[in-house]
Write a protein that binds this ligand. Structure first.
Ligand code: ACO
Length: 321
């Protein structure tokens, strides 16, 4: 017994900001951003993340034909919630009118795959029968908007799935290599009179070594995808679609070149979402399901990498019509 995804949903905040809009406030251009990342626009939460996360969750429940009071658990993968505490999952629980336990997971951009791993553990142990897993990010609140190197890459949004008992998850791997320097966001400096913590930082913004992340991401995606294919006994030509973390089109193209899977099988939507961190895979999944691209019987591969440095990949035999 494993798990199955019985419903998908997503929500993108209404405000869409184009590369041309950004060139009005930063020393950048549509050509620079599009040619290096594949991103043309991104959505931005003007009024906090909770509503967007709750909408994605409600859409997934509706798609699964389930009600909030049927949930045994709500898991939210996020590193950019409106509150440090309470957890985003608790705020979503209140919005949806659910009454089950609710918990956040922070595995940065790999959060959705980590969330599936947690959901599988809760379900196969008998602790839960039905879980709402939401990945939601307001990355626009993490970046320094005076720094063109990082701010143009990210966007906000939420994707969600309802997870229940089933046999669709064929293999899943998560990992971490325990390094902060390539990608981090420190706690903002406090006014504690007894010295500052090592992690206190005046600016408290997201910092990234773009080139190092690029190298790490390509290597991790290739290794993880080959590993889960091997674990599941699935050959590359059986794969219908790869749903990779939507960090950057060049990363996907470089990984696709090193894998024995046709490049056109790598789905992407970062053109209109930017990099939404943990939310990117479930948003892509929901959009592909609604477009009719993903259908019952297909073999899907998901692969993510992020701060930590975390990684995760899985293979799902999709069964939902
Ligand atoms: N607009 C215009 N010029 C820019 C911008 C911008 N937004 N950002 C940087 N530049 C300039 C730099 O200042 C530099 O100028 P210089 O040559 O005069 O010094 C020049 O462009 C080249 O800068 P590089 O950093 O060398 O640009 P590079 O070609 O490496 O591309 C990028 C940067 C796109 C970030 C690349 O390193 C990359 O793809 N990295 C992967 C990281 C990534 O996508 N992370 C996503 C988030 S992390 C995650 O999801 C896990």
């Amino acid at each position: 017994m494993s798990i199955t995804i019985t419903g998908t949903g997503s929500s993108l905040p209404p405000l869409s900001v184009t590369n041309h809009d950004l060139s009005d406030i930063l020393d950048t251009s549509h050509e620079w951003i599009e040619s290096r990342t594949g991103i043309e626009s991104r959505h931005i939460c003007e009024h906090g993340l909770t509503q967007t996360a709750a909408e994605a969750g409600a859409n997934a429940l509706k798609n699964a034909g389930r009600a909030a009071d049927e949930l045994d658990y709500i898991l939210c993968a996020t590193m950019s919630a409106d509150y440090v505490t309470p957890a985003l999952a608790c705020l979503v629980q209140q919005e949806l009118g659910a009454s089950c336990p609710a918990l956040d997971i922070n595995a940065a951009c790999s959060g959705f795959i980590y969330g599936l791993d947690m959901a599988r553990a809760l379900i196969t142990s008998g602790r839960a029968k039905r879980i709402l897993l939401i990945a939601a990010e307001s990355m626009s609140r993490t970046v320094d908007w005076t720094k063109r190197e990082v701010s143009v890459l990210f966007g906000d949004g939420a994707g969600a799935v309802v997870v229940e008992e089933g046999d669709d998850l064929l293999a899943l791997r998560v990992g971490a290599v325990g390094r902060a320097e390539p990608l981090y966001m420190r706690r903002q400096a406090s006014n504690c009179p007894y010295g500052s913590a090592e992690t206190d930082d005046e600016d408290g913004y997201l910092h990234m070594d773009g080139r190092e992340i690029y190298r790490f991401a390509v290597g991790a995606m290739v290794k993880d995808i080959l590993s889960v294919l091997d674990d599941a006994g699935i050959s590359p030509d059986q794969v219908d679609y790869v749903l990779p973390h939507q960090a950057n089109l060049r990363i996907l193209e470089a990984a696709a070149k090193k894998l024995p899977i046709a490049p056109e099988k790598f789905l992407n939507n970062m053109r209109h979402t930017g990099n939404t961190s943990a939310a990117s895979i479930p948003i892509l999944l929901d959009e592909a399901c609604r477009a009719g691209t993903i259908r019952a019987g297909q073999i899907l591969v998901m692969s993510a990498f992020g701060a930590g440095l975390t990684t995760g990949a899985c293979i799902i035999k999709w069964s939902k019509d």
